[in-house]
Design a protein around this ligand. Structure first.
Ligand code: ASN
Length: 585
């Protein structure tokens, strides 16, 4: 007779207990832990009322206060894993992931109206220092200039591969009714659970691309709008990520930051009757670039030769002028003669960029060393971080052109676009994984052209990049990376593509992944010393080389205190000894 379910669960409990895992408690041995760094820069979220000054930020208060809020900190779990003073842990989510977050407070904390590009540099440096130690980042920031900081960071963070989310609130988190708790929780959940390699802004249940937002309301909890791009994610009953909209760096270069943005830039909003003298004064040296905020679809008066002459004089002096609309929605185009006149004066059309994004882009491009004016102007008209909509040239293959999906649709009696997309999204992960396994580049390209997301994982969380790394197919790995596949994806066992490449000893793939910024997670590095000793004992030089290429220290000891080279010596593994000798040279 078979076991009853209660017998079975008792047996499982005993096994768990004998393995030292808590039975029925919060601390499950298999639960994945992710680390998020919260960089607190200030803003209303952490402000307290001051008798004479009104609301001001208070230092060294946030972490202590959040520890008392159960939805933001699981004290029972925290006690079991012994966290530092500034580190908290969220209660477990239905994704079965523990999000452990550390609060790093910048000093002084600022009302964001007091922030300058020097603070952007400070934030960027912290991102750089901590990049490999955390899975995702949340930046607490005042709402007043959050759109500027988000735009600036989107350009300053080059080849970004991890999620960075700015958030804050309209009411301090210490007050009874506030929006800070929900905003912080939402930002942490997204930064901890999804790899969205963008600088984003999370507010009032929506995740936006940071360089697409603008603050539109000083009083509502719904303070931000992204007028020209739908949200990247909606946090409703479920958190739904709009993967098709997510921007990817499409590069095999490593993350790096760019600091020291050019400060000789400005925003000039034209208005009926603006004088040529005002324009001249604004464009005077040392001004190097301005965002000209024009009417409607990028129009300025074409019956004002005095004004146009000032603009032309400035562009002749190599001052860069970028045209953005004053309208909340829409794009700069050359529909009207009044718009074309500006282009003739050397003004660059800024498409549908927000003034905040345009200013940040200008500041970024003008601070890039070694570029000619022509190269700078070209960069400004290109889409660098998804900050503007560029209409694709040539015909795009649509979902409706895909014979394969259409055939399936016929059998399923599907006709509408939404249903077709659902079929595509369900089929892409397994098909892309098979294509990666078989080294079928054409199939991958076909899936991509249908709009399939090559970064999505299969039922086991394994992405095509995981598979290609196991197979060691350098062409497929290169193609996936250049198509924006993330090196930080983790499968359900917490393994990254880099670990897969190490296990299968694909040295060239490891080098390529490392070049792109891949690194092992803290979870993957547990017990590595013992693994290395085992490789040394078995004379597995290729295996040791793989770990070495992945940046792992080969001199760490195993569980018994012996190092891999000591183990190799004791086991008489001469080839391994030789390898260690070469390593030392
Ligand atoms: N003045 C505040 C700030 O930007 C506004 C806020 O955060 N809601 O820091």
């Amino acid at each position: 007779m078979g076991e009853t379910s209660s017998e079975l669960s008792r047996a499982l409990s005993n096994t768990e207990a004998s393995l030292g895992l808590e039975v029925g408690g919060g601390c499950r041995g298999t639960m994945a832990e992710v680390r998020v760094l919260v960089i607190n820069t200030g803003g209303t979220i952490g402000m307290v009322p001051h008798e004479s000054e009104g609301l001001i930020p208070e230092a060294n208060k946030l972490a202590r206060s959040l520890k008392k809020i159960p939805i933001l900190h699981d004290a029972v779990y925290a006690n079991k894993i012994n966290l530092g003073d500034d580190t908290l842990v969220l209660p477990s989510s239905n994704q079965n992931k523990r999000i452990i977050y550390t609060i790093l407070e910048l000093s002084p904390l600022l009302d964001s109206s007091n922030m300058t590009p020097a603070e952007w540099d400070k934030i960027a440096r912290q991102l750089e220092i901590n990049y490999e130690m955390y899975d995702g980042f949340v930046i607490l920031h005042g709402t007043d200039t959050m759109a500027y900081t988000a735009s600036a960071l989107s350009f300053m963070c080059e080849n970004l591969g991890k999620t960075i989310i700015l958030t804050g609130s309209q009411v301090p988190i210490y007050e009874l009714r506030n929006d800070g708790r929900a905003n912080l929780l939402g930002a942490l959940l997204i930064a901890g659970q999804f790899v969205i390699p963008e600088v984003c802004l999370y507010f009032y249940n929506k995740l936006y691309r940071g360089n697409r937002v603008t603050k539109v309301d000083a009083e509502s909890f719904n303070a931000f709008s992204s007028p020209n791009l739908p949200p990247l994610a909606n946090a409703e009953v479920d958190i739904t990520i709009n993967w098709e909209t997510v921007w990817r760096a499409n590069t095999t270069k490593k993350f790096e930051i760019h600091t020291n943005m050019n400060s000789n830039v400005g925003l000039l909003r034209i208005f009926p009757g603006i004088t040529a003298a005002a324009v001249r004064a604004f464009l005077q040296s040392p001004m190097e670039g301005i965002v000209l905020e024009t009417y409607g679809s990028g129009n300025a008066p074409n019956n004002r030769p005095d004004l146009l002459a000032e603009l032309k004089k400035a562009t002749d002096r190599q001052v860069v002028i970028l045209n953005c609309t004053q309208c909340l929605r829409g794009t700069v185009s050359v529909v009207y003669a009044t718009g074309k006149t500006l282009m003739d004066a050397g003004v660059i059309p800024g498409a549908d960029m927000t003034p905040e994004a345009a200013l940040a882009k200008l500041s970024y491009v003008l601070s890039k060393p070694g570029l000619s004016l022509v190269e700078k102007r070209k960069m400004l008209s290109e889409n660098l971080r998804g900050e503007m909509t560029v209409v694709p040239i040539g015909t795009k293959i649509t979902l409706k052109d895909s014979k394969f999906i259409q055939e399936i649709a016929k059998y399923l009696f599907i006709s509408c676009k939404e249903e077709l997309e659902a079929v595509r999204d369900a089929l892409t992960p397994p098909l892309a994984c098979v294509a990666a396994k078989n080294g079928d580049l054409e199939a991958l390209k076909a899936l991509q052209s249908m709009g399939g997301n090559l970064s999505s994982g299969d039922y086991d969380g394994r992405t095509p990049l995981h598979i290609a790394c196991c197979e060691g197919n350098l062409d497929i790995v290169t193609h996936l990376l250049q198509s924006g596949a993330t090196v930080y994806a983790k499968d359900h066992l917490g393994a990254t593509p880099l670990l897969n490449a190490i296990k299968f000893r694909h040295h060239r793939v490891i080098c390529l992944l490392r070049m792109t910024g891949a690194h092992l997670s803290s979870q993957e590095l547990v017990n590595v010393g013992t693994e290395l000793c085992s490789l040394a004992y078995h004379g597995d030089v290729e295996g040791l080389k793989a770990w070495h290429l992945a940046g792992v220290d080969l001199y760490q000891s195993g569980y018994d205190g012996n190092t891999p080279s000591e183990v190799a010596k004791a086991a008489g593994q001469n080839k391994v000894m030789e390898f260690f000798k070469q390593l030392a040279c």
